[in-house]
Design a protein around this ligand. Structure first.
Ligand code: SF4
Length: 702
């Protein structure tokens, strides 16, 4: 093999929890050092553009505060006293504590807990191999996609849509409930191209004037949790003004006459009262999308993080069906391509060992689980041992006080395998240092686009850090399951086998090609061969309780939340946390541009640009409460309270407070983060966390 020369450019993919999954070119300066990270020009979705936080990834990879040694807790939990421990001893300790937990309460007392700190299929999902082989408690993955995916699938039957690159051929792009400038920059790349080349109009729908709203030609600022009402009024206008595509409706939808009759009373005046938009704004939006055949609805996650998120997504998705936008190139809708990749992860996940009888626990309800609330434990034993990879629940999970109280339990052993001393790692018994994506092999799917991408190891990790894969494999050996299917293979072997089994070629081919474009053809992507139901018809009237969906909880958990409130045609479902006399404000916890969930909250570049944790308070509310710019304010509700600084602004509607994060808990004035205020009650019908749906009180503290 040729000796590598430096500097050179290596190819990779962004591993972060972002729909864009950008193809990357990484400048490699030395065997263990990277320089600038750029977007791959040749990738038709990335198109050479990535976000600033990943462009300066060297800052994160070579961060002086990175975890480099396994450490064992010395003092009390959370006290911060640590002693070094060897990798061998650390892994022996985890195995010993897992065995002890199993002997005392059964295997379900152990809960491997993970999420999307990396989206790599090997390093993220391999923990499930250990889970299934040992019959440890299952994880119901509810924290991110549940409402959005459920709402989409309720109408379309599957998770795919118009090719996201088609935005460049649109005459109107509706960016609904996603701050694309901050959270998926490539949407803007394609939308702005359409504006430049075709004079396309960009419409943004959101709850505050974020960076995407500021770039839009039409910005609709509505109250949180009211998107379903806007969609209904736009459909009302389409029927009223002759913009509904009646031929399309007759061929492709289940009950257009029923829908039209239902919407008769959902006019713009009705929606204005709910959304806070003016009748003129709603009419203008409805007219624009109703008279622009090539309208592309880019539906995001943000507006679904409400207790009515699933029906809101379904209502928004119903609009292009009424307009027949799907017929046209540059038209239709897109949310996620998660169903197009068809990668068989069975071996990585150890699916052959999966026992459907094993208890599942809700990832979003970590607080109630760890504080032993009976309904959260589903009749099983308490959780007394955990391995945490790729997530920082002490910061990102709702009902943070319960999460902390649970993690502080003396009878709970927690091993956190991490890159930094996160809020969760601080409360652990054992902390193991983990590799970052340029230091290990993995494979990625672009949920917000159409490629499978390879992310090979491009630099050597520090000598003392280990991959997630290594930890899973080593624990399997110590726990006596290393002979089970999927174990004993390298990352590259697992990737190669998965590609072959899935009919996606080989690792060598992917390495040569860098990515695989999985985009279905136009007719399939636009559902011109029918939607993914046996009769091929879009569902205006979903069978919420009976439908299959990617996020449906296992039968042992049943339907979630107030599911009996769902039913019938698209509507505004009033199940959100409405304000009341004690809690006159609605709080949304929106993503900051320089952070990604809790990742990047440790890098100087991101922290400097973001400033400090702030509550954005409308100028009228501030005046009434005597709050000035920079004052300390407290926000609170029944779950707790946090103190942070005020930013007086008119970006949201009066009565709405925005906090952009996620900042580390320690960055707040009292050491508790914003998720103290968010609820872990499951959202109907298939669970999820309503991060932007909180009623709070607010007062000036100084
Ligand atoms: S835009 Fe998203 S996928 Fe692209 S580099 Fe940034 S975080 Fe990664």
């Amino acid at each position: 093999m040729n000796k590598p020369f430096f500097p050179h450019t290596a190819h990779s993919a962004c591993p972060h929890d972002c729909p864009s999954t950008c193809a990357l070119d990484i400048e490699v300066l030395a065997a263990d050092r990277i320089g600038r990270v750029r977007g791959a020009e040749e990738n038709s979705y990335t198109a050479g553009v990535i976000c600033a936080k990943v462009a300066r990834y060297a800052e994160r990879l070579h961060h002086p505060g990175r975890l480099l040694k396994p450490m064992r807790r010395l003092g009390a939990k959370g006290e911060g006293a640590w002693g070094e421990i060897s990798w061998e001893d650390a892994l022996d300790l985890v195995a010993e504590r897992f065995v002890a937990a199993e002997q005392r309460h059964g295997a379900e007392a152990v809960w491997p807990y993970f999420y999307a700190g990396t989206m790599g299929l090997v390093q993220r999902d391999g923990i499930n191999r250990l889970r299934h082989a040992k019959r440890y408690s299952g994880q119901f993955d509810s924290i991110c996609t549940n409402m959005a995916w459920t709402g989409w699938v309720a109408g379309a039957g599957t998770l795919r849509g118009s090719d996201p690159r088609e935005m460049a051929s649109s005459d109107c792009i509706v960016i609904w409930g996603t701050n694309a400038v901050a959270t998926q920059v490539n949407v803007m790349t394609h939308a702005v191209r359409a504006r430049k080349e075709r004079g396309a109009r960009i419409v943004a729908i959101d709850i505050y004037d974020n960076a995407t709203m500021r770039q839009a030609d039409m910005a609709l600022k509505l109250r949180p949790g009211t998107d379903g009402a806007l969609a209904c009024a736009a459909m009302h206008v389409a029927f009223r003004d002759g913009h509904a595509d009646r031929d399309y409706l007759a061929t492709y939808t289940d009950d257009p006459a029923g829908l039209e009759a239902h919407l008769a009373s959902r006019d713009p005046a009705w929606a204005a009262g709910i959304t806070g938009l003016s009748v003129d704004e709603i009419e203008a939006f409805a007219r624009l999308v109703g008279t622009t055949p090539r309208t592309f609805f880019r539906l995001g996650y943000g507006f679904t993080r409400q207790r009515n998120g699933a029906p809101a997504m379904h209502a928004a998705l119903s609009l292009p069906a009424v307009l027949g936008s799907w017929r046209h190139e540059g038209g239709g809708a897109f949310h996620s391509n998660s169903d197009i990749f068809r990668l068989d992860k069975s071996e990585i996940m150890g699916a052959l060992d999966r026992d459907p009888g094993v208890r599942h626990l809700d990832q979003s309800r970590l607080g109630p689980v760890l504080t032993n609330e009976p309904d959260a434990l589903f009749g099983g034993p308490p959780v007394t041992a955990m391995l945490v990879q790729n997530t920082n629940p002490a910061n990102v999970c709702p009902e943070q006080r319960k999460v902390r109280a649970g993690l502080m339990r003396d009878d709970l052993f927690v091993c956190v395998h991490e890159q930094f001393m996160t809020d969760t790692a601080k409360l652990a018994d054992l902390v193991l240092p983990a590799t970052m994506f340029p230091e290990h092999d993995d494979i990625y799917r672009g949920g917000g686009q159409n490629h499978i991408l390879l992310g090979p190891k491009v630099v050597e990790p520090p000598e003392t850090v280990r991959t997630n894969h290594f930890v899973v494999e080593e624990l399997a050996k110590r726990l006596g399951v290393a002979d089970r299917p999927g174990f004993g293979r390298t990352e590259r072997e697992l990737i190669d086998a998965m590609l072959l089994t899935s009919g996606r070629g080989t690792l060598a081919e992917l390495e040569a090609g860098r990515w695989i474009d999985c985009q279905p053809d136009f007719a399939d992507a636009h559902f011109l061969n029918g939607f993914a139901w046996t009769d091929g018809k879009f569902r205006f009237k979903p069978d919420w309780a009976g439908m299959a969906a990617p996020n449906r909880p296992p039968p042992s958990m049943g339907l979630q939340g107030p599911h009996d409130r769902l039913g019938g045609f698209p509507d505004h479902l009033a199940v959100i946390e409405e304000t009341d006399a004690e809690h006159p404000f609605r709080l949304a916890t929106s993503p900051a541009r320089q952070f990604l969930n809790s990742t990047f909250a440790e890098t100087k570049g991101s922290r400097t640009r973001e400033g400090r944790p702030e509550a954005m308070i409308h100028v009228e509310d501030a005046e009434r409460l005597g709050i000035a710019e920079g004052d300390v304010v407290a926000l609170g509700n029944a779950r707790g309270s946090v103190r942070l600084h005020a930013k007086v602004t008119d970006v949201a509607k009066p009565g709405v407070v925005i906090h952009e994060g996620l900042w580390a808990n320690g960055d707040f004035l009292d050491g508790e983060g914003i998720n103290v205020l968010t609820g872990a009650d499951p959202v109907a019908p298939f669970g999820g966390a309503a991060f932007h749906d909180n009623k709070v009180w607010m007062r000036r503290e100084g």
